[in-house]
Design a protein around this ligand. Structure first.
Ligand code: G3I
Length: 332
């Protein structure tokens, strides 16, 4: 396979270091880049042993018209993953963004909406049965105050959509691990407690949930405390839940100088140090791996450079910081 010039020095890859300690290290994948960019494919396959679809497994791309399912992009990603010994996290079944207009612009009754969600989950999870090992079943459903967030599914289908989504996913693939995924579940703030209580209640109701996803779209100047991440994972483990870090990136103001990139590296290092010290944390997925395709500049003006490879696939200080943490004999 072609390897981009200057891509890396000698030494073990991130995936080799992670595998040696039983951890999965993944990246969210842009399927267009996977198709068009040989350097992208080479670095992804060399450095990571897990993938998530950044967008290809969301509701609208899967079901652009009612009852018409399109799996081509996601199939391509899953085949790539299988060819390179990578596991696949599915993202995401019940979320309020990236919904098709046939769904959001029509006047469906709550019962019809639940039927639509049921068919979607059943069809999608069944299609990837045995090939997607974990699903983000419900994404970002909790409000700051611990109640349900006011989103499309909650507003129009009612709160039952959460429990039902997990049940339907379990029925469609009993072996897939089912996750609740959200942001700020790891900090010392209100949301961390709120998310913990939310998943605790799901467990108490017998909802088939196996784990919690901590998204972690971080800013280099406001990093979470390493101890708080360790504590969050421990608390979920006390409920019998596994933790995956699911969408890690660390944005900085751009253009970024070396000081800022070093600061960013220490944030990545802290997150990986917390992950490797936490037996309950089995997966760390970055939200991309190269600045070339990161979502950050599209969403946050004057911010970017959030990933461990720059836009020419040169490893940044963050790459070395991750490798160092993964390579430590025992950081527990
Ligand atoms: O595909 C169209 C393209 O045809 C069109 O020309 C272009 C014009 O804007 O839009 C393209 O779609 C965009 C899509 O990304 C693919 O690039 C959408 O507008 C854009 O809204 C979409 O953003 C994604 C966002 O989720 C919404 O689905 C981001 O790439 C993706 O990084 C982001 O990821 C989310 C996680 O799923 C959940 N957690 C938060 C995270 C960040 O928002």
């Amino acid at each position: 396979m072609h390897v981009p010039e200057g891509f890396r020095d000698a030494g073990p890859t991130l995936r080799a270091l992670a595998a040696a300690r039983g951890l999965r290290i993944g990246a969210a994948v842009n399927v267009q880049a996977l198709r068009d960019d040989a350097d992208y494919r080479a670095v992804l396959a060399a450095e990571f042993n897990a993938v998530t679809a950044e967008n290809a497994m969301k509701f609208a791309p899967f079901q652009p018209e009612r009852g018409i399912f399109r799996f081509d992009d996601a199939d391509e990603l899953v085949s790539f993953a299988e060819a390179h010994g990578m596991t696949v996290r599915g993202h995401t079944l019940a979320w309020h963004e990236t919904l098709p207009s046939w769904l959001t612009e029509a006047d469906h009754t709550p019962g019809e909406l639940l039927d639509i969600l049921h068919t979607h989950i059943q069809t999608v999870v069944d299609h990837f049965r045995g090939r997607v090992f974990a699903w983000d079943v419900v994404n970002e459903a909790v409000a700051e105050d611990g109640s349900y967030r006011d989103t499309f599914w909650h507003r129009h289908a009612g709160p039952r959509f959460v429990d039902l989504a997990f049940q339907w996913a379990r029925e469609a693939d009993p072996d897939a691990r089912l996750f609740y995924n959200d942001f700020q579940g790891e900090g010392s703030g209100h949301r961390a407690k709120t998310i913990y209580r939310f998943v605790k209640r799901l467990r108490a109701r017998g909802v088939p949930i196996d784990g919690v996803g901590l998204q972690m779209h971080l800013r280099a100047d406001r990093p979470p405390n390493r101890r708080h991440i360790v504590r969050a994972v421990k608390r979920f483990a006390s409920l019998g839940l596994e933790t995956h870090i699911t969408e890690l990136d660390v944005r900085v103001p751009v253009p970024a100088d070396w000081l800022v990139l070093d600061r960013q590296a220490s944030v990545y290092g802290d997150v990986f140090s917390a992950a490797t010290a936490s037996p309950g944390c089995t997966n760390v997925v970055l939200w991309g791996f190269t600045d070339r395709y990161s979502w950050i500049p599209h969403r946050f003006e004057d911010w970017g450079a959030a990933l461990p490879f720059d836009d020419s696939y040169r490893p940044k200080p963050a790459y070395a910081a991750i490798a160092t943490e993964l390579g430590k004999r025992n950081s527990q």
